[in-house]
Design a protein around this ligand. Structure first.
Ligand code: MG
Length: 405
């Protein structure tokens, strides 16, 4: 065996730790439809949740290995993530046909940068804690390789091709291992090179690649909650757990009016619509996004759009209103909550909303980081009655349903 060259010591500064998120699989066991890492879990893509959990860990950079067909899905999942999660993200790399090839692509992307420790984590494990990650980093720095594991409570049988038992390993010596798995980056890179040179592409976890190369691995205590979401039933169970942790259901309402004035377009629901008049306001006067923003503040019991973005503040002059809505949604996430539903009604004689409805739903869903089926946009006239009926302005009503811890 050729000697492996890597150094051990104290855990490095987080800026020298990188995390590779493995998200290139097709997820066929989870049933038909989107690859499982992009399916919504509690209204947000699974990958978005895993990415946010990873970003909360003491790591300086996150690189996601994705399937080449999934670039658009990846962009959507990233756009739905909290801004601080996006701050640590490097450009994605294209993974390979196997988990091992995907991690190798991530390791290659880290080459040349000043990282001491690399972690590999499954995109399908959104529930791991920053404490677990810190334990793995500490042991990986000290030993070279570390994986989280739990004692096995079921007795495990080894079988032959015919399903006949050939061996019963001693249970006390078994551990069921999880991710994130952590390694001295130099060790992991050498191990992957050796496995590739030997034509071995069949390792199902990163520790096995390092073991093959003769590297040391220590088991650290895993987490029972750090489950891997593999099958459709796992999604249902995870969803149930998420929702059970958010029992405080609240509905907020918002209302806003802007008057027509000079101009050649209006902003409504985050969409620019050509119109012979504009809407008058300090910001872009998007009456729809303003009502939605206030509905969220209302449900949070957290002031209103005027208290967070005072018209007296010149920063908001002509401002795009998507930032107001994004801010309100961030306040929900900061409280550990989720947006269950957003509903908007626009009241006007013109412009016609119908042709723009789907674009508005998509825009609101993207700003709020929720699935499209959790956003409603409706329109009505007021039968030529009142200020909206006379075409003097547009009114908007909104409701937001939130779930909080
Ligand atoms: Mg307004």
């Amino acid at each position: 065996m050729i000697k492996l060259a890597f150094s051990c010591g104290a855990p490095p500064d987080p800026s020298r730790v990188a995390l590779i998120l493995v998200a290139a699989g097709r997820g066929s066991r989870a049933g038909e439809g989107l690859p499982k890492q992009y399916r919504p879990l509690g209204g947000r893509p699974l990958l978005t949740r895993t990415l946010e959990a990873a970003a909360a860990c003491p790591v300086g950079r996150i690189v996601v290995a994705i399937h080449p067909d999934d670039a658009a899905l990846y962009d959507e999942a990233v756009a739905a993530a909290a801004p601080q999660a996006r701050d640590k993200l490097a450009p994605p790399v294209f993974g390979g046909a196997t988990r091992q090839a995907s991690v190798r692509a991530g390791v290659e992307a880290l080459a040349g940068a000043d990282f001491e420790i690399a972690l590999a984590h499954d995109a399908a494990r959104p529930f791991f804690s920053a404490q677990l990650c810190a334990r793995v980093i500490e042991a990986a720095a000290r030993v070279g390789g570390a994986v989280p594991g739990l004692p096995v409570t079921d007795t495990v049988k080894e079988v032959d091709g015919a399903g006949r038992v050939v061996n019963t390993p001693e249970r006390a010596r078994l551990r069921a291992v999880q991710t994130p798995q952590g390694f001295a980056l130099a060790l992991l890179a050498q191990a992957h090179e050796r496995a590739k040179a030997a034509g071995r592409e069949d390792f199902t976890d990163d520790a096995a690649v390092v073991e093959f190369a003769g590297g040391p691995i220590e088991i650290v205590e895993g987490e029972k909650t750090n489950v891997k979401i593999t099958e459709a039933a796992d999604f249902a169970a995870a969803e149930g757990r998420l929702l059970a942790a958010l029992p405080d259901i609240r509905v907020g309402q918002g209302y806003d009016v802007h008057a027509f004035g000079e101009g050649d377009h209006v902003w409504l629901g985050g969409v620019k619509i050509a119109h012979p008049q504009g809407l008058v306001g300090h910001s872009d006067a998007d009456v729809g996004l303003h009502a939605l923003t206030d509905a969220i503040f209302g449900a949070l019991g957290d002031g209103d759009i005027g208290s967070h973005f005072p018209p007296s503040d010149m920063r908001w002059k002509g401002a795009a209103s998507d930032q107001f809505l994004a801010f309100a949604c961030e306040r929900v996430r900061a409280r550990g909550g989720m947006i269950a539903h957003l509903d908007l009604t626009l009241v006007c004689e013109a412009p016609k909303i119908g042709p723009h409805r789907e674009a508005m739903r998509a825009r609101v869903a993207a700003i709020a980081g929720v699935a499209l089926d959790r956003v409603g946009v409706k329109a009505t006239t007021s039968e030529r009655l009142g200020f909206t009926g006379r075409g003097e302005g547009i009114a908007a009503l909104a409701a937001a349903t939130l779930r909080l811890p």
